[in-house]
Design a protein around this ligand. Sequence first.
Ligand SMILES: O=S(=O)([O-])[S-]
Length: 141
Amino acid sequence: MSQTIKLGYKQLLVEAEREIETLTAAEAMPLLGDDLHIFIDIRDIRELDQVGRIPGAIHAPRGMLEFWVDPESPYHREIFSETKKFIFFCAGGWRSALAAQQLQRMGLTPVAHIEGGYGAWLEAGGPTEITDVGMVKGGSE
Ligand SMILES: O=S(=O)([O-])[S-]
């Protein structure tokens, strides 16, 4: 017997996109390195190692986000208490849309995500780097 999924990923994404701010890679690019913005890379660490990262982006794995954001969580990370705009991205823009929506619901503000994610960033000619695990400042390693 198969499962009956009542709320599919497409609907989840439509609803998320309605609620959150979406930036194109080109719109996000000038914000990189700006003191008022933090880029948060929510991909799995293996993805970063395989295809590179955005320099200066903080790595925060999708599975830990809610716990890193909530100051009452034992896993809270100070970076998420900063009064900056949090710009989330993943590989293709799906995980980041759902994550940004969820974190916005929790009260994190302002948040945005990059449409098309790291793939769109690469296509737009955004700066990238390949580094060893452990090189990301303030991230999960
Ligand atoms: O990174 S993703 O958009 O493929 S979930």
